[in-house]
Design a protein around this ligand. Structure first.
Ligand code: ARG
Length: 466
């Protein structure tokens, strides 16, 4: 396909060009369709830069005043939806500057003194990602609160604890909920670490080498809420590990969400019947009237794929780039935007679903007792009360399980005679540890499932969130 050249050279950088872009060039080059989301950050960066230039005597006060007034108008037009976007102006930085020139004329051209789009975009994007990290942290807090309210309500509700999705030992629903609170608290911790590391300001790195103008990088850094200016101008314009780290944090969190979603899908099935999703978070089937489908949980489970893909995409964009800026890096934004949108949606949906979820304690208790789930309690009792070495206790318990299986009954339903026939040291006290309630109450070790421990864990998590 041959594309006719456009007539006009670009107004902002077209000095050395005789003709304009081919239309297809304009289309591949432009990022305005997505980077318009950086408008507030871009204007904030320009204000900080302008103020600094005036303070440093690089710009006159009059020019600075005109620029700030013009930026106010640009901001108002964007807010009102009257700002016009066009691929010919490439990106948000050129849109703001070109419109500023239309509004205030010549002084607009002085704003870009001691600045490049390279440090500008790095600054804008860091501010944006910082906001996304704050949003992620808020979403995680909301979800943890929902999990905590379920944990508190069902701190002593017994359910099967699984390994290999085989019933292993009884636990409480509260303990199970708190396992996710811990995971999501670590996700929030990762967000905080990432935010701390990324909160340094690239502005003033200029194109890549710094500038000969007497700028004050401390001032712009402070004005934009950064902790300090970045130390190396090349690193400042070339690095996107802050965005990769954000995506890694989001991807790990999405993985946690996906695991919880999978459990909710299982638990809400007729076969488990552990939870009932509210009408607000269930969908019906167009053909099978009895169905209540956990669509939100399934979608949360699936959307982890997007976020993991976003992390992959940016790692691959960055992996072979030489110092410093390359246009490849314009491809950093869409994965981050997509991940941020996905995280906001899935965290809110999960929080709502968990908060509303009805818990069927009877179904969980019935399942908790099945599958010889207190066999370990029996073995532990043989060690503690009858003085058997654990290996021998394990063997004796195995024989008792086999016996119960043969009889088609539970361990607690075996008679004392059955028991002493296998191990003479057993006494009737053994029946105290065989119920699932006894089992969970006995697991009082640090981090264990005993309701007394789970209450402590809930209190600690609440204090952490407050
Ligand atoms: N739209 C560009 C990006 O997002 C801005 C930086 C352009 N810099 C340049 N030297 N062409 O990466």
């Amino acid at each position: 396909m041959t594309d006719k050249p456009r007539r006009d050279a670009n107004a902002l950088w077209g000095g050395r060009f005789a003709g304009g872009h081919a239309e297809i060039m304009e289309r591949i080059n432009a990022s305005i369709d997505f980077d318009r989301r950086l408008h507030a950050e871009d204007i904030a960066g320009s204000r900080a830069h302008c103020n600094m230039l005036v303070t440093q005597g690089i710009l006159t006060a009059d020019d600075g005043h005109a620029i700030l007034k013009g930026l106010d108008q640009v901001e108002a037009e964007i807010a009102a939806g009257t700002f016009s976007y066009s691929a010919a102006r490439e990106d948000i930085h050129m849109h703001v500057e070109a419109r500023l020139a239309e509004i205030i004329g010549e002084p607009a051209g002085r704003l870009h003194t001691a600045r490049s789009r390279n440090d500008q975009v790095a600054t804008d994007f860091r501010i944006w990602v910082r906001g996304a990290l704050d949003e992620l942290t808020a979403g995680l807090a909301e979800l943890q609160r929902a999990l905590l309210s379920q944990a508190e309500a069902h701190v002593d509700a017994v359910m099967p604890g699984f390994t290999h999705l085989q019933s292993a030992q009884p636990v409480t629903f509260g303990h199970h909920m708190m396992a996710y609170v811990e995971m999501f608290a670590r996700d929030a911790g990762r967000a905080a670490d990432c935010r701390r590391r990324m909160n340094e300001c690239p502005l003033g790195a200029a194109a890549l080498a710094g500038t000969s103008f007497p700028i004050d990088r401390e001032a712009t850094s402070k004005a934009l809420g950064f902790d300090r200016p970045m130390a190396n101008s090349m690193d400042a314009v070339a690095s996107r590990d802050f965005a990769i780290e954000y995506l890694a944090t989001a991807a790990i969190c999405a993985t946690h969400l996906s695991r919880l979603a999978e459990e909710i899908v299982n638990w809400s099935s007729a076969q488990f019947g552990f939870v009932r999703l509210s009408d607000a978070f269930s969908t019906g089937s167009s053909i099978m009237p009895q169905k209540r489908n956990p669509d939100a949980a399934e979608l949360i489970r699936a959307k982890a794929g997007r976020v993991i893909g976003d992390l992959n995409a940016l790692l691959i964009v960055m992996k072979g780039l030489p110092m410093t800026y390359s246009k490849d890096m314009q491809e950093d934004k869409e994965p981050v935007f997509e991940a941020a949108d996905t995280m906001a949606l899935t965290l809110a949906a999960m929080a709502g679903m968990v908060r509303d979820m009805g818990v069927n304690r009877d179904a969980m208790a019935a399942a908790a007792g099945a599958g010889f789930s207190t066999a370990t309690d029996l073995a532990d009792w043989l060690v503690r009360a009858a003085g058997l070495p654990f290996r021998q206790a394990h063997h004796v318990t195995g024989r008792l399980v086999a016996l119960a299986e043969q009889r088609g009954c539970d361990l607690a339903d075996l008679s004392l005679d059955d028991m002493t026939g296998v191990e003479p040291a057993i006494t009737s006290d053994v029946f105290d540890v065989l119920g699932v309630g006894n089992s969970v109450r006995s697991r009082t070790s640090h981090g264990g499932t005993a309701p007394s421990r789970v209450r402590q864990a809930i209190a600690a998590a609440k204090a952490r969130l407050a």
